[in-house]
Write a protein that binds this ligand. Structure first.
Ligand SMILES: Nc1ncnc2c1ncn2[C@@H]1O[C@H](COP(=O)(O)OP(=O)(O)OP(=O)(O)O)[C@@H](O)[C@H]1O
Ligand SMILES: [Mg+2]
Length: 260
């Protein structure tokens, strides 16, 4: 999702840097078709003398700049994740948006960069688990990440990915997150085989197939994130998004996110 949201913001004309902050299992480069980046965040963290720009790769297809991770597990052994803050701080002013991709679970690798951030997007997958375990998972994960983000003064939002269903269960879940946990749900992205197909080509799906269901939903999420982050919107966009989300959810009333 980091690759896709970054590619979408870039398509709109923003200068975007995507940083792979998942130091143990970096995958971001793979989504852009970069296989073995010789210079990467690990080499930067190990060598304070190295120039950050030497580890940044420009993706021609999307316009996104990428700071990838090292695919070698041995490179993690002697790095200090806390140095990530200095690396990100140095490069941040060159971009309109810097997206730091965090590992699944509690973001120990990237927490040092939270002081530099303004917004935290929590991406959840609901799968097909029974309803009570879904809610327990949400409470467990979202509440902890929300508390963490709020401790750093971040705005916190949620995106639900790989959704295989629509209807009441999804509506209830969105309502639960928005009204009980009180976090805006900025997007719901359906499960779509085009996403892994695009990954296999090393192109984010929004660039690989902009008409795919997932691409349209990611674009809507991106638009709502821009309103969320920048506090403004294009004329008429919100109405369109409402319509798209409504058709996705099959809802008859104004969907989640009407706080904007
Ligand atoms: N909406 C979707 N529909 C189908 N497959 C998806 C969807 N979103 C992501 N995937 C696939 O799931 C895998 C994980 O993608 P994700 O966006 O969660 O990020 P990741 O950083 O690659 O993985 P991880 O979550 O393990 O850090 C990828 O192979 C991707 O192609
Ligand atoms: Mg990841």
């Amino acid at each position: 999702m980091t690759s896709n949201l970054s590619a979408y913001f870039s398509k709109l004309g923003y200068r975007v840097l995507a940083v792979d902050g998942d130091l143990y299992l970096p995958k971001l480069a793979f989504h852009f078709g970069i296989d073995n980046p010789a210079y990467n965040i690990h080499t930067l963290l190990k060598n304070p003398e190295m120039r950050t720009t030497d580890a940044i790769y420009h993706d021609q297809k999307t316009g996104v700049d990428i700071l990838p991770g090292s695919p070698s597990i041995y490179d993690i052994l002697d790095v200090d994740p806390k140095r990530m803050r200095a690396v990100v701080r140095e490069i941040l002013p060159r971009y309109n948006f810097t997206v730091v991709d965090s590992p699944v679970g509690i973001p120990f690798d990237t927490i040092s960069t939270f002081v530099l951030a303004s917004h935290q997007l929590i991406i959840i997958e609901i799968g097909r688990s029974p309803i009570h375990s879904t809610y327990r998972m949400i409470e467990n994960e979202i509440l902890k990440l929300q508390a963490l983000g709020e401790a750093y003064g971040l705005q916190v939002g949620v995106m639900i990915n790989k959704v295989r269903e629509s209807g009441q269960r999804l509506n209830d879940l969105v309502d639960f997150i928005e009204y009980s946990i009180d976090i805006p749900v900025l997007g719901v992205v359906p499960f779509d085989y085009k996403v892994p197909e695009a990954s296999n080509h090393g192109i984010p799906v929004v660039a690989y197939d902009p008409r795919a269901k997932a691409s349209k939903a990611i674009a809507s999420t991106g638009d709502r994130m821009l309103e969320w982050i920048l506090g403004r919107r294009k004329e008429g966009t919100l109405e369109k998004i409402y319509k798209r989300i409504m058709s996705l959810f099959g809802r008859k009333r104004i969907p989640a996110g009407k706080k904007f």
